[in-house]
Design a protein around this ligand. Structure first.
Ligand SMILES: [Cu+2]
Length: 209
């Protein structure tokens, strides 16, 4: 046991402490983290982060001859909100979004009109529908040479909202205030720290709800 001249606890400013403040700090942190974990589990908080992804078609090669676009697309699960970028040297290729039939026939408009045409060299396609998308390059021979891409875009996985009414855990019961004569002993200091932790946890709970 050792005596500290300075008590780092914000809840008791003028007391000598025989409890290591660092250890109590860790203890308090553990209590708060555990409380937050229990809260998120019991309230079934949707801890789902939906991030739209930007895919460069064909990887580092881009939209050109060489990449196996089927193999490339099979690496990913495309979802609504994602973005495809077709990168190529402008003029050497283009990007036609077409129907399934046109895709199968490598028809960029000969008999089946394309849905959309891009030719910027940096064509950005926002995947806004949960559907199959079909693309091809309409430069003669390129689609037959492999410059075609078919992907299936899935709906965004939106978490099912769960009613939280009545499901909120009650705040932990605060420890009773301590009589002055017991100050300085270990039990009293522990009580003070519990009080501080309880106040902190309660503060976090109330800020969440
Ligand atoms: Cu091409």
């Amino acid at each position: 046991m050792y005596i500290l001249g300075i008590d780092k606890s914000p809840f008791s400013t003028s007391l000598q402490s025989n409890i290591d403040p660092l250890a109590m700090g860790f203890y308090c942190t553990a209590v708060v983290v555990t409380a937050l974990l229990l809260l998120s589990i019991s309230a079934k908080l949707p801890v789902v982060v939906v991030v739209a992804k930007d895919y460069r078609v064909g990887g580092t090669d881009g939209w050109t001859f060489g990449p196996d676009f089927l193999q490339w697309s099979e690496q990913y699960n495309f979802t609504v909100g994602d973005v495809l970028t077709f990168n190529y040297v402008k003029g050497q290729h283009n990007t036609y979004e077409v129907t399934e039939d046109a895709y199968k026939a490598c028809d960029g408009g000969k008999t089946i009109p394309p849905l959309r045409v891009y030719a910027s060299g940096n064509d950005v396609v926002n995947l806004t529908r949960a559907a199959s998308y079909y693309f091809l390059c309409n430069i003669k021979g390129h689609c037959l040479g492999g410059m075609k891409l078919n992907i299936t875009v899935a709906a965004n996985a939106t978490p099912t909202p769960t009613p939280s009414g009545g499901n909120t855990p009650p705040p932990p019961p605060p420890s009773p205030p301590l009589p002055p004569e017991s100050r300085g002993n270990r039990g009293a200091m522990l009580g003070k720290w519990w009080w501080g932790c309880a106040a902190l946890v309660f503060g976090i709970f109330t800020s969440l709800y």
